[in-house]
Design a binder for this molecule. Structure first.
Ligand SMILES: *Cc1c(COP(=O)(O)O)cnc(C)c1O
Ligand SMILES: [Zn+2]
Length: 421
C-alpha cells in the first residue's frame, strides 16, 4: 500500500502518472511526487514510524515506492550528535550535528537518495543504472547497484580526487570520465537517459531520487525527540537536499508529528562555487551560473538544477545563506574533528564554516536550537588534508626517549594559548 498520488509539476500543477520523467511537458517545470496526506492521517504516526526498521525505510509511507524496498536496508538512521563541546566553543546553547559521514554503505548523504532511486529503477524494470556525479553519488550508485546485481555506468568529471576514484571503481561499475565540469557531465547524461533508456538516477529518476533526501530531515526531527531545530544549515550543490529537508519538516508538521516552530533553512556553499548564496545576498530570485573553483568538489555545481527552489525555500522560511573560503573550510574540518571527533570532507567543512559565519553575523541567534547537516566523510578526501599537520616525531623504542618527548609536549601545551574561533 502506497500513499503516492501522482507526479505534479511544481510550476503549473499538471499531474502525471508514476513514470520515469524529469519535467512537465507544458512548461519544462520540474515534477515532484505528491502524496495523499489525508489518507495518512492517523495511520502514519510517531508510533508507526518508531515500529519501523532501523533504517531510512522507517519512513517508507512518505517515500515514493510501490512495493517493498530493494536496497538501502542499512542506509540512513545516522547519528544525531548533540555537539556540546563545539557549542561551547562557538558560544551557542543547543547545537546538533546530523552526521551522514557515517551513512551505510558509502559514507555520504547520497545513500539516502540512491536507496529510493535504485528501488524505483527495479520497480520500473530497468536493467542498467547510472548517474552524473561529483564522486559521492557515483560511490553510492555503484555500491547499491552492485548489491542489487544491476549493470552500472557512472559519469564523472575527469579531475576527481584519487580517493574518490578508488571508492567507486572497487564496486565494478563502468566509469566514464568526461572532459569538463559537473554541468557538462549532467548535460550529457540527459541525452544518455533518452537515447539508451537507462535509469540515470539524478536525471530521469530525479523526482523519486530527490524524495530520499527527506529522510535526512525526518531523522533530525525524530532524533531530537519529535521536535524541529529552529535553524538548519544545509550544504547546497544541485539543490536537492535543502528543499527536501524543508519538505520533510513540513510533512511532519502537517501530519501533526511535530510542532511548527517556523524552522528556518540556511544554505552553505563554497566561495568558489556560490551561485545560490550570491542570489540570496543580492535579493534576486534567479542565480547566475558559475564556473566552480574550490576544494569542496562534491558540492561544486555551478548551475544547480534546483537552485531556484533553494532560494525560494530560504526566503519562505526566513533563513539566509553564507559562503566559505577554502581556508575556512579546512579550519572548520579541523574544528569539528577536534571538538566532536567527526572527520568530514570539504562539503561538511563548508557547512560548519558557513554556520559559524551566520552565528557571528547574528543571522542565527545563539540561544535557539541549531542543526548543522554534515553530509560526507573526510576519509574519502584525504588529499585536501595531507601535508597540513606538523611532522610527527620518531623515537627509538626506549622509555627515556619517550619521557623526554612527553616533557617537551607538556611544555608546548602549557605555553600555547587555547584556540578560539
Ligand atoms: C551531493 C552532496 C551534497 C548536496 O547536494 P545537493 O545536490 O544539493 O543535494 C552535499 N554534500 C555532499 C558531501 C554531497 O555529496
Ligand atoms: Zn508544468
Amino acid at each position: 500500500m502506497s500513499f503516492v498520488h501522482a507526479l505534479t509539476c511544481k510550476e503549473c500543477g499538471a499531474e502525471y502518472g508514476i513514470e520515469p520523467r524529469t519535467v512537465c511537458d507544458n512548461d519544462f517545470g520540474p515534477v515532484e511526487v505528491a502524496y495523499d496526506y489525508d489518507a495518512m492521517q492517523g495511520t502514519v504516526t510517531r508510533e508507526s514510524i518508531e515500529a519501523g526498521p532501523a533504517s531510512l525505510w522507517r519512513y517508507k509511507d512518505l517515500l515514493p515506492i510501490e512495493g517493498e524496498p530493494r536496497t538501502g536496508f542499512n542506509s540512513g538512521l545516522t547519528p544525531l550528535v548533540k555537539a556540546d563541546r563545539l557549542a561551547a566553543e562557538l558560544g551557542v546553547k543547543e547545537l546538533y550535528i546530523k552526521d551522514d559521514s557515517a551513512n551505510h554503505p558509502t559514507f555520504s548523504y547520497k545513500d539516502r537518495v540512491v536507496s529510493i532511486a535504485i528501488t524505483k529503477a527495479i520497480e520500473f524494470g530497468f536493467d542498467t543504472v547510472g548517474c552524473a556525479s561529483t564522486g559521492n553519488l557515483a560511490h553510492s550508485v555503484a555500491a547499491h547497484a552492485a548489491a542489487s546485481g544491476l549493470r552500472t555506468f557512472v559519469m564523472i568529471p575527469h579531475d576527481l580526487e584519487e580517493g574518490k576514484m578508488v571508492g567507486m571503481s572497487v564496486f565494478g561499475p563502468r566509469v566514464v570520465r568526461i572532459k569538463g565540469n559537473y554541468d557538462d557531465v549532467n548535460r550529457l547524461c540527459s541525452q544518455i537517459a533518452d537515447k539508451y533508456n537507462w535509469a540515470i538516477v539524478n536525471v530521469n529518476l530525479r523526482p523519486f531520487y530527490t524524495e530520499g533526501a527527506k529522510t535526512h530531515g525526518f531523522e533530525i526531527a525524530e532524533q531530537m525527540g519529535w521536535r524541529l531545530p529552529r535553524h538548519t544549515v544545509v550544504p547546497v550543490a544541485g539543490g536537492t537536499i535543502l528543499p527536501k529537508v524543508w519538505k520533510a519538516y513540513q510533512e511532519f508538521i502537517q501530519l501533526g508529528l511535530v510542532e511548527d516552530n517556523k524552522p528556518a533553512m540556511y544554505a552553505a556553499q563554497a566561495e568558489g562555487c556560490s551561485p545560490v548564496v550570491k542570489a540570496i545576498e543580492e535579493g534576486v530570485d534567479l542565480f547566475h551560473p558559475q564556473k566552480p573553483n574550490t576544494i569542496a568538489k562534491s558540492i561544486a555545481i555551478g548551475n544547480p538544477a534546483d537552485g531556484y527552489y533553494v532560494i525560494k525555500v530560504i526566503r519562505d522560511s526566513g533563513g539566509w545563506g553564507a559562503s566559505a573560503e577554502d581556508s575556512e573550510i579546512i579550519e572548520a574540518i579541523q574544528l569539528l574533528a577536534r571538538t566532536e571527533g567527526i572527520f568530514t570532507e570539504p562539503a561538511g567543512g563548508t557547512t560548519l564554516a558557513c554556520a559559524i559565519k551566520l552565528i557571528q553575523q547574528g543571522r542565527i541567534p545563539r540561544d535557539e536550537p541549531i542543526c548543522v547537516c554534515i553530509t560526507g566523510n573526510g576519509l574519502k578526501t584525504l588529499e585536501v588534508m595531507q601535508g597540513r599537520f606538523t611532522e610527527t616525531p620518531v623515537i627509538n623504542a626506549k622509555m627515556g626517549e619517550f619521557d623526554t618527548l612527553v616533557k617537551q609536549i607538556e611544555e608546548q601545551t602549557t605555553e600555547s594559548t587555547p584556540q578560539t574561533v
